[in-house]
Design a binder for this molecule. Structure first.
Ligand SMILES: [Zn+2]
Ligand SMILES: [Zn+2]
Length: 261
């Protein structure tokens, strides 16, 4: 069985065809998925997926790219995290890729929001789902300052260097690989994936984005996560079943404070 550790099934293009997606998942042996929240406004939709289907779980958090949305307090996140089938805090982190003319200094609101999520994760003992883009130094620095190792979590859709992977592993975090791993121009990332120990790897689709080859450019869905596993198997020179088993067990360990992923 496969676990998709990160998908956005509440987004309209996926929510509208959830029955078809679930059938495709079953056919592909993708038995479980973690549905990721990106705004407080969206939480009810994400959560309802986890309540309706016993192989879906939910996170609670506000994505660093989302502006003009309700800003979460620690208390907000702790309250949502206390609801049934919520197993993680995020996605959260830093994204300096699209500054839209602003300086990194001017992104202090993102860093403040990130700290709020880490404090909520520590308060609830739930793992963090980390999004970091063009901001790895600040991401790691804030994780250290806030004692995030106590909560742990996962660096999702990993695209950073081996040095950043090393630092994340040293903080006790897992590393999740997406369909990017299958992209022709991602040879650097494939080298990083070779380096990350299998007992710390997760796999994900980040649906509806980043469909793995040969579906690149189309709408992604969790039934494609075995394609990420197959690429990882090639890199690790092992059977795809070994990747499926290891990444599923890792997902379960990551979220085992509540039930199972
Ligand atoms: Zn993300
Ligand atoms: Zn995401």
């Amino acid at each position: 069985m496969y676990v998709d550790s990160h998908c956005h099934l509440s987004f309209p293009e996926l929510a509208a065809r959830i029955d078809d997606i679930r059938a495709a998942m079953a056919a592909a042996h993708v038995d479980r998925a973690l549905c990721i929240c990106t705004t407080l406004e969206e939480f009810a939709d994400v959560h309802s997926l986890a309540l309706r289907y016993d192989n879906f779980w939910a996170s609670a958090g506000v994505h660093p790219d989302n502006e003009g949305v309700r800003e979460p307090s620690v208390a907000d996140l702790v309250a949502l995290a206390g609801q049934p089938r919520v197993v993680a805090i995020g996605e959260t982190g830093l994204d300096y890729y699209r500054l839209n003319g602003r300086s990194v200094d001017e992104m202090s609101w993102q860093r403040d929001r990130f700290r709020v999520h880490i404090r909520a994760a520590r308060a609830t003992a739930l793992p963090l789902v980390i999004h970091t883009r063009s901001a790895s130094d600040d991401t790691l620095g804030i994780l250290r300052e806030e004692g995030a190792a106590a909560a742990g979590g996962v660096f999702h859709c990993f695209t950073e260097t081996a040095a950043v992977a090393r630092a994340a592993l040293d903080l006790g975090f897992y590393i999740s690989f997406s369909g990017i791993l299958t992209f022709r121009n991602a040879s650097d990332l494939r080298e990083v994936a070779r380096f990350v120990p299998l007992d710390r790897c997760l796999i994900e689709t980040d649906s509806p984005y980043l469909a793995p080859a040969p579906h690149r450019g189309r709408t992604n869905n969790p039934s494609y996560v075995p394609l990420v596993a197959a690429q990882l198997a090639e890199l690790k020179q092992c059977a795809v079943e070994a990747i499926a088993d290891a990444t599923s067990a890792n997902g379960e360990r990551l979220c085992n404070r509540v039930t199972v992923l």
